[in-house]
Design a protein around this ligand. Structure first.
Ligand code: DAH
Length: 341
């Protein structure tokens, strides 16, 4: 017998045996299968072993090796079936009903904030803005100084920031670190390392020691936008924000953007951004034209380039979109809440 034939027979024997042992529904069926395959006199394995004698001598080692493997396999299949039947998984005489519906697995999905972030990135990507990231642990230069927030500014109060190393760390350390309180830090990091033009967004976590209530949480997310180039104006800012809001919320409704005068150290002029929403105005965040001091701090020439920047709250957008009224629900990770999005 040729080696190939011998091996082919062995393979089909193995398949057949496994199928039979798996299908055995009671002790009698199992015994029948055992005799058919493992029977000492006329079992199929025994038959196959006889064939081994007829394989050419040179092929015997390979044939013998495979024979032993299949034998082990068939014995294991028998033992597996025996264990299954004695453990009572299928009571004797009663076949396992393969038509029973399976156990449905709960399918996970993305957190609502992650979904919001992804669609914001997608929309701003279409408007030509590249998403970049910055560190959550920052130094005072990037979180304050370069953003034109002077040492005496109340925003730098140790009690209003998560300085690393305790409340007095800001005063004590020569170069204290803190959890960033705004994503505007990334504006500085990008401009420091790239010459203009710049057209980026940055989405990420920011931290402030606020007591959690329906609208506050000590950690939340912002989307920061920055565009610096020759001849950038406030009209560009308004157009970009309008297109962004139109894509995110608009659907068939026409979105309008309203600017209210405001103040931020890093923009001049500064505005609060509102969009029309369900018959009223919804606050989106802050924006403005990048202050010349900021441009100078990163080595840009404010006579050459101008820019706009904006910073919006991601949770606020997500909450309005889904009608969520308490920010804490977003982070309690109660599956009954999360699975609705
Ligand atoms: N960083 C500001 C905040 O956290 C938001 C902001 C306002 C960002 C105006 C900007 C901007 O880029 O131009 O409250």
């Amino acid at each position: 017998m040729a080696l190939a034939d011998f091996l082919a027979n062995l393979d089909s024997l193995a398949d057949e045996a496994q199928a039979r042992f798996t299908a055995a529904v009671d002790a009698a069926a199992l015994e029948e299968a055992r005799v058919a395959f493992l029977g000492a006199k006329a079992g199929k394995l025994r038959q196959s072993q006889k064939g081994l004698g007829k394989v050419p001598p040179a092929d015997k080692p390979a044939a013998g090796k495979r024979f032993n493997e299949v034998k082990t396999l068939v014995e294991a299949a028998f033992e597996g079936a025996q264990a299954r039947l004695t453990s009572g998984e299928t009571s004797s005489g009663e076949a396992f009903d393969v038509t029973l519906p399976g156990k449905a697995r709960r399918i996970g999905h993305l957190h609502p904030i992650t979904q919001t972030i992804r669609s914001m990135k997608e929309i701003m990507g279409r408007l030509g803005f590249t998403a970049v990231e910055g560190p959550e642990i920052e130094d005072e230069w990037h979180n304050f100084e370069a953003l034109n927030i002077p040492l005496v500014h109340p925003a730098r109060d140790p009690l209003d920031n998560f300085y690393l190393g305790g409340e007095n760390a800001a005063a004590e350390a020569a170069s204290p670190l803190l959890l960033r309180s705004q994503t505007s830090t990334v504006q500085i990091r990008v401009m420091e390392s790239t010459p203009p033009p710049v057209r980026i967004i940055s989405l990420g976590r920011v931290y402030r020691p606020d007591t959690a209530d329906a609208t506050h949480y000590p950690m939340f997310h912002q989307i920061e936008g920055l565009l610096v180039d020759r001849g950038v104006t406030m009209a560009d800012l308004k157009s970009v924000l309008r297109l962004f809001c139109q894509s995110y919320f608009g659907g068939d409704n026409e979105v309008h953007i309203r600017f209210r005068p405001s103040f931020f150290p890093f923009t001049e002029p500064s505005v609060e951004v509102d969009m029309n929403w369900q018959g009223g105005w919804m606050e989106m965040g802050g924006a403005g034209m990048v202050d010349p001091n900021v441009l100078r701090a990163v080595g840009y020439d404010p006579e050459e380039v101008t820019g706009f920047a904006f910073g919006l709250g991601v949770e606020r957008v997500c909450m309005r979109q889904h009608g969520i009224t308490d920010i804490r629900a977003i982070y309690q990770n109660d599956v009954r809440f999360l699975e609705q999005f």
